[in-house]
Design a protein around this ligand. Structure first.
Ligand code: BES
Ligand code: ZN
Length: 590
């Protein structure tokens, strides 16, 4: 048996799934998806086939009209249960009927109170990295791709959205059936479904947004520029091959900023700022349509290929849409964050390598931003070595050569060596990818907008607080980089002063507050705790929630309260978030 991916039981020598026809019924009372799935195989399979599952209730398995023998014959906390289908005889297809568990890791079933409208329940999936197996048995590795169709039956008051093309809706008694097809082959982690009281607004010929009616106007205004983003992204990355690019605005418990599900990015509602100030998040998810969804990391050990390339593309597109000043500012901010996080996890930690040996590691719990920023900085080194023009040509060749394929780091390096050999002479690729920390010899980002921030920081550190005039026109990323670079502890009076002078209340930006509250906690600003608790009850984005819990753990006065606060907001959060924070608290002995 050959295991190709440390996070999957699949043995690809046995054969690969190439297409699935799903029939899905969503039971909002029992929090269960009942599914019948007909699988097509890329080649005839005889004997055994191993599939990944997690908490799947299997009812029956058939091939060639005959019942198949099956068994869950291996079990692992992280990988789930291996479904062993037995005695396949030259099978080109097989059919499974099964139900998901109410606590299926990929699915979040939200009661109406946790939605914007408050009247209808909501369901959404999050399959990356290894949760698709809790929705359907599959070869849950990004190196297997399949096309699919799906019929999704939901209560008539609700709308189903999938990362696929919707082509029909039928009434069926008290229910509605939505039909979808996904003609482009996808890896399992990009399977996605959302169901709720959703309405749709067109933004442009290829773009639109799904949201609850309460949010649709604000969302449509915030993301009105998406069409232009695709135009710019295509100039850099090649033709957009997925048809439409829509957004689905999720309830606040969505644990990520965005998830690049094909054709429809799933998005945190905290991205709606009323200022279009965080549309670089959309740029990022859109860029994944090429770097990630089209050219995919072969295993989660090669995750930097997805996120590093995407972050690089995001900076390039941002440069066109928001100007070089802003792109430079963001680069300095990114570097600052990268160094801070590497220092936290330890410059020698294997988690600071780009290629991370991950056997036995939970991808959710070992998630850091290192593959994003260290990866993007490495790719910038490639660009600086050969010049932008040649590098642009390389990017186009990369996305077209490997489209709809999965790639290991080593396969990527092989391609790079063939195309741009001088990069290997000038850049210490071995060290960037396989060694921890950051190479000393590298280009350092510079930004005039950040220099302004730096001046204010230097003055603050010797006792001069910033004035309103100094910071009034600051860009969002100037505020973020200022908050990030402040000393970890400051006088409580200064916390109050800075909230006021930076006008944080009016800006109402959850990212600002995530940083600000962490500073307040470390500074012993105890009166802030009720506000922090309220914030944690309303914001589920891991990137915002985690720094606050970390600050609590590291502050004597707040330490003992962290567990109680997690318990009080637990119900409002996604299991991924609860799992990750729980792990953090346990490691801290709480
Ligand atoms: N694909 C990721 C989200 C993800 C990564 C989900 C790993 C599960 C496992 C997405 O593209 C992403 O990177 N989101 C970021 C935003 C980005 C701008 C840094 C996020 O959610 O914060
Ligand atoms: Zn990403």
């Amino acid at each position: 048996m050959t295991r190709h991916d440390p996070h999957s039981y699949a043995d690809l020598e046995q054969g690969k799934i190439s297409h699935i026809d799903f029939r899905i019924q969503a039971d909002f009372e029992a929090h269960i998806l009942k599914i019948r799935a007909e699988y097509q195989l890329a080649e005839l399979v005889s004997g055994s086939l191993y599939l990944d599952t997690s908490q799947i209730e299997l009812e029956s398995a058939h091939a060639n009209g005959q019942a198949l023998q099956w068994e869950f014959d291996e079990q692992d906390q992280l990988l789930g249960e291996r479904l062993h289908l037995k005695g396949l005889a030259n099978a080109s297809s097989f059919t499974l009927t099964f139900a998901t568990a109410p606590e299926a890791r990929a699915l979040q079933w939200l009661p109406a109170v946790q939605t914007a409208g408050g009247e209808h329940p909501f369901l959404f999936s999050q399959c990356q990295a290894i949760h698709a197996r809790s929705v359907f048995p599959c070869q849950d590795t990004p190196s297997v791709r399949f096309t699919f169709t799906a019929e999704v039956e939901v209560p008539a008051a609700l709308t189903a959205v999938m990362a696929a093309e919707q082509f029909e809706v039928k009434e069926q008694g008290k229910n509605k059936v939505f039909q979808f097809k996904m003609p482009q082959p996808i890896p399992s982690y990009l399977f996605a479904i959302g169901v709720g009281n959703l309405t749709f607004r067109e933004l442009g010929p290829r773009t639109g947004v799904y949201a609850e009616p309460e949010l649709i106007d604000a969302a449509a205004w915030e993301f009105a520029e998406n069409e232009e983003k695709i135009v710019q992204a295509e100039k850099l990355l090649g033709p957009y091959l997925w048809g439409r690019y829509d957004l689905l605005i999720l309830p606040p418990s969505f644990p990520y900023g965005g998830m690049e599900n094909p054709r429809v990015t799933f998005l945190t509602p905290t991205a709606i700022l009323g200022t279009r100030g965080q549309t670089s998040l959309i740029t990022h998810e859109l860029a994944h349509a090429w770097t990630g969804n089209l050219v995919t990391n072969a295993t989660w050990e090669d995750f930097w290929l997805n996120e590093g390339w995407t972050t690089y593309a995001e900076t390039r597109i941002t440069e066109v849409l928001e100007g070089k000043d802003v792109a430079d500012l963001m680069a300095v901010y990114d570097e600052q964050r990268l160094i801070e996080i590497m220092e936290r996890i330890g410059m020698e930690s294997p988690l600071t390598c780009l290629k991370v040996p991950s056997k036995g590691r939970d991808p959710d719990a070992s998630f850091t931003i290192v593959p994003y920023y260290k990866g993007a900085f490495l790719i910038k080194e490639f660009e600086y070595t050969v010049g932008r023009e040649r590098f642009n040509a390389f990017i186009r060749k990369y996305t077209s050569t490997y489209q709809f394929q999965s790639l290991t780091t080593e396969a990527f390096l092989h391609f790079l060596k063939g195309e741009l050999p001088e990069v290997f002479e000038k850049v210490n690729i071995q060290s960037w990818i396989y060694e921890p920390g950051l190479p000393v010899k590298r280009s350092k980002p510079q930004s005039a907008l950040y220099d302004e921030v730096q001046e204010v920081l230097v003055a603050y550190k010797v006792g001069t607080r910033p004035t309103k005039e100094q910071v009034a026109d600051w860009h969002r990323y100037q505020i973020l980089s200022f908050l990030q670079a402040l000393p970890k502890q400051i006088p409580v009076e200064d916390c109050k002063y800075l909230e006021d002078v930076l006008d944080l209340k009016n800006k109402n930006d959850a990212n600002h507050y995530a940083f600000f509250y962490a500073i307040c906690i470390r500074s012993g600003h105890q009166d802030i705790l009720p506000r922090v608790e309220e914030f944690l009850g309303k914001n589920g984005r891991l990137l915002y929630v985690l720094p606050i819990f970390r600050a609590m753990i590291e502050s004597d006065w707040a330490r003992e309260r962290a567990r109680r606060i997690l318990e009080s907001v637990r119900e409002r959060h996604h299991q991924i978030t609860v799992h990750v924070i729980n792990k953090l608290l346990k490691e801290a002995g709480l």
